[in-house]
Write a new protein. Structure first.
Length: 114
């Protein structure tokens, strides 16, 4: 098949699915009966649902004091990465990067342990 034949077939296929034909197909009573029997949006969630009456009396849990450990972990990761990069660079510049990375990593470790 050449390009012209494929283009003609594609145009005919797109033309047969005109917006008017789609609107007629969507408004048929048979399609409405089928959609009423199927699953609904309200039934699509899984798990336990809180009732609206009890949600007003529920108190929010108190946040844990160690919940903010993300910043400290990030400092340790960045420090470790700087150590590795400093070892790859080598020379005086690599040593400086590695020392700075070690300092950042130890700072994060210190606050993580506390």
């Amino acid at each position: 098949m050449n390009r012209k034949t494929i283009s003609v077939i594609a145009a005919l296929a797109l033309g047969s699915a005109s917006p008017a034909a789609v609107a007629i197909a969507q408004s048929s009573p048979v399609a409405q009966q089928r959609s009423a029997a199927g699953p609904t949006v309200a039934a699509s969630s899984v798990g336990i649902r809180a009732s609206s009456a009890s949600s007003a009396s529920v108190q929010k849990p108190v946040a844990e004091p160690r919940l903010g450990a993300g910043r400290n972990i990030a400092l340790m990761v960045v420090g470790g990465a700087a150590l590795v990069i400093g070892a790859v660079i080598g020379g005086t510049a690599g040593v400086l990067v590695a020392i700075a990375g070690a300092a950042v990593g130890l700072y994060g470790l210190y606050y993580f342990v506390q």
